[in-house]
Design a protein around this ligand. Structure first.
Ligand code: NAP
Length: 455
């Protein structure tokens, strides 16, 4: 995939970038290695100050930064600006709480003094996706830099300007040169970085295939990885739920980020008694969605990020229909139309053999399923190889307890949509990956948790 800014709304290639050579990559690793040796000793209050500066820059520049994201990957400008604001919140969160998370923890043992000390590992590689081009990076970078690690960013090839902007923000915030660098490289060049002994660990957010590839190399090199991969999150609505609120949230939960979010609700599992009402109201809500120019404030759904993503989602829909699924709305697009637009689509009567049953649908397609009761809802929710998040709607405490305990996912949200929150760990189980981001646990992923025992 060429490294380029291609406007998903017009198809126009705005700018292309030459990938770094192998020698240039090695030189950047040397800079990061050098930077780590002094950066790890920088006092925490200073790192915290720089993070606050980064937050200030993000807030002051949110319109320009948001517009770059919209230009490169098509999300609505309003959501792009909100994403930049969220990055500022993330920087401030670790500026405020980081030092506390990094304090020694005394543990009484047979020693005179024994404790746990948290120390940075060194260079961490971040391989990141285009869908939240700022937030995905800052939720790695803020805790990593606060902890004294240094970062190398390999961003997705379709968001090079976002990638360059992030490195600029971190430098402008005052962080020493070399502490965070963007490397404009292709996926095939990640291996060189992973095999370099100066690079200690990696985090990857993206597809299963990318995660497998990185983890294979990391396994060979015995380096730690955190993988945040795909999701096919269930959105379970039971009979005691507030249906209107559930429908309204279902639309947001499916359409968030132009429908390209790992934690978007993708499979809507409806208890039979309320299924018809929910379905009718969901179709009505979908009919009202405004698809169009992501720069316009009243647009609900902009274009998909690339024409390939649109081709893939359309193929999944068509294949599901040939397997017997029924189309309630959408499912058609004009291939002559400029831009990667795909209509809000709802499928029902989905058989097990359909892609809409078993695959992640990374586009504006809601898959509806009807179940007789809670047991069947939980069984269907868990009948997936993925396990990122789950949203479930009920006013019944017993049902709530069972959902919390029995859903196989990295998070369960009751009566709300799945979201990331700086203070809560974020990540998946099963083929959605392993490890956690955010909160204290996210920071600990790339630390040497050192045991100290003194007689
Ligand atoms: P992708 O193709 O895997 O790309 C993600 C990143 O990995 C990009 O930087 C990409 O570089 C790189 N990459 C691709 N193949 C690689 C390989 N073999 N070795 C090393 N790096 C490689 O992912 P995508 O399809 O664009 O993104 C959508 C996926 O990400 C969805 O499955 C979504 O659910 C998932 N996602 C997960 C989370 C989460 O937190 N769990 C968050 C957001 C998205 P190039 O661009 O150069 O190919």
């Amino acid at each position: 995939m060429a490294i380029a800014t291609t406007n998903p709304t017009t198809g126009e290639v705005i700018q292309t970038f030459t990938p770094l050579t192998s020698e240039e990559i090695s030189a950047k690793i040397a800079i990061a290695h050098q930077a780590f040796h002094s950066y790890k000793s920088i006092p925490l209050p200073q790192r915290s100050e720089w993070l606050k500066q980064a937050a200030d820059i993000l807030e002051a520049d949110k319109y320009r930064l948001g517009a770059i994201a919209t230009l490169e990957m098509g999300k609505t400008l309003k959501s792009a600006i909100a994403e930049v604001e969220k990055c500022a919140v993330g920087c401030r969160y670790y500026a405020e709480h980081g030092a506390k998370f990094l304090q020694d923890v005394t543990v009484p043992t047979d020693a005179r003094l024994s404790f746990v000390r948290y120390q940075p590992l060194g260079i961490i590689l971040a391989v990141m996706p285009w869908n939240f081009p700022y937030w995905q990076v800052f939720r790695f970078a803020a805790p990593a830099l606060m902890a004294g690690n240094v970062g190398l960013l390999k961003h997705a090839s379709n968001v090079p300007q976002c990638a360059l902007a992030i490195a600029e923000i971190i430098e402008q915030a005052g962080f020493p040169s070399g502490v965070f660098q963007t490397l404009l490289i292709g996926a095939g060049q990640v291996e060189q970085i992973m095999r370099d002994p100066r690079v200690k660990a990696a985090t990857l957010t993206g597809s299963e295939a990318a995660g497998q590839s990185l983890a294979t190399i990391a396994g060979h090199e015995l380096k730690k990885t955190v993988l945040e991969l795909g999701g096919s999150d269930p959105f379970i609505v039971l009979k005691t739920a507030n249906i209107d609120l559930a429908v309204q949230t279902a639309v947001s939960a499916r359409m968030i980020n132009n429908s390209q979010s790992c934690i978007a609700a993708k499979r809507f599992i409806l208890e039979e008694t309320i299924a018809e009402e929910f379905q009718i109201k969901l179709v009505q809500a979908y009919q009202k969605l405004k698809v169009g120019d992501p720069m316009q404030p009243d647009t609900d759904l902009g274009p998909l990020a690339t024409s390939q993503i649109r081709a893939e989602i359309h193929q999944q829909v068509q294949h599901s229909l040939t397997q017997g699924a029924k189309l309630l709305i959408g499912g058609e697009f004009d291939p002559e139309q400029i831009g990667n637009f795909y209509p809000p689509t709802i499928l029902t009567n989905i058989p097990k053999s359909a892609p809409a049953y078993s695959e992640e649908m990374f586009g504006p397609v809601a898959s509806l399923f009807r179940v007789p009761d809670l047991d069947a809802a939980i069984a269907l929710a868990n009948d997936t190889s993925l396990g990122l998040g789950a949203s479930a709607w009920t006013e019944d405490q017993h049902e709530c307890d069972r959902l919390v305990n029995e859903i196989e996912a990295g998070s369960v949200f009751i009566n709300g949509m799945v979201k990331s929150d700086c203070s809560l760990p974020f990540g998946g189980i099963k083929r959605s990956g392993y490890g956690r981001e955010l909160g204290m646990l996210g920071m600990q992923e790339f630390l040497n948790i050192k045991t100290v025992w003194i007689k």
